[in-house]
Design a binder for this molecule. Structure first.
Ligand SMILES: [Zn+2]
Ligand SMILES: [Zn+2]
Length: 278
């Protein structure tokens, strides 16, 4: 029976329809076998698997070209979260240099994802239009997209509360939450392992690892994206101590957490800048 199940599970028709929840591997369970399973689902045509694997390769494994190619393939198949992921990559010039930043391309990708109803893309597009970033400034249109994002989020939250079940695809922003959860857990595992490894080595970290240390995670706790080069992410202009992959993450984190911390962080930064620390 196990064999039949295994044969069925390995059937391309099954793999190609693997849903977001089926491919949502947890970071602690990451293994060569999990990687192989995702690769087979992606090869069989599962857009969720292609997107998930693309995010893991791009952000966690640092395989920028391979990761971006997978995201592009999922985006080409109409996967909204992949379109938005590519938008963030273009906004930041991730995996490249500062000169690779392309706000107009980012806005165009965001608009396609927003058209498919992807909430983070609606929010990002709203902020870009309000700020005139990558598109002509249009405060009214920006506000419209932000309201639309809020309304969709509210509807998703109330429908999941009614179901009282596990979060479905709708609440998952098309698999984006599962990929983010993987990345958040991945970096937590990495930082837990690091001190133990360097203590065992008994030697100072090399220059390469020092550079690694300075790559920052997006300060929005549920995002999981990490810089691919130093100073890639935008900083909170008030305190300078929070870093964000996108305007959408910054706005969400402001509402959820940073509003309460920013003042204190800014005061501490001013105190240090005034030469009070010796
Ligand atoms: Zn982020
Ligand atoms: Zn701040």
């Amino acid at each position: 029976m196990c064999r039949r199940f295994r044969d069925l599970a390995a059937h391309p028709a099954v793999l190609s329809r693997a849903a977001g929840t089926a491919v949502a591997v947890r970071a602690g369970a990451w293994s060569e076998a999990a990687h192989r399973f995702l690769r087979r689902c992606a090869a069989a045509g599962s857009l969720h698997a292609t997107y998930f694997l693309g995010m893991v390769r791009f952000y966690c494994l640092g395989s920028w070209a391979a990761g971006a190619a997978l995201l592009a393939r999922a985006a080409g198949g109409g996967h909204a979260a992949a379109l938005y992921a590519l938008a963030v990559v273009r906004f930041n010039g991730s995996g490249g240099g500062k000169a690779d930043k392309d706000p107009r391309a980012g806005v165009a990708l965001c608009a396609r994802a927003a058209w498919l109803g992807h909430v983070p893309a609606l929010r990002e597009l709203g902020h870009c239009l309000q700020d005139g970033y990558g598109a002509r400034r249009d405060a009214a249109a920006g506000r419209h997209f932000l309201l639309h994002a809020a309304a969709r989020e509210l509807a998703a939250a109330s429908s999941s509360a009614r179901r009282r079940g596990p979060a479905g695809e709708q609440d998952d922003h098309g698999g984006a939450a599962a990929a983010s959860r993987f990345m958040v857990e991945w970096w937590a595992l990495m930082s837990a392992e690091k001190p133990a490894a360097s203590a065992a080595d008994g030697i100072r970290c090399g220059a390469g690892e020092d550079a690694e240390e300075e790559l920052r995670l997006c300060s929005h706790a549920r995002c999981g994206r990490r810089e691919t080069r130093r100073h890639e992410f935008r900083r909170c202009s008030v305190c300078g101590s929070a870093n964000y992959c996108s305007r959408a993450c910054q706005a969400l984190d402001w509402k959820r957490a940073h509003r309460g911390r920013c003042g204190a962080a800014a005061a501490a930064a001013r105190w240090l800048a005034a030469g009070n620390a010796y």
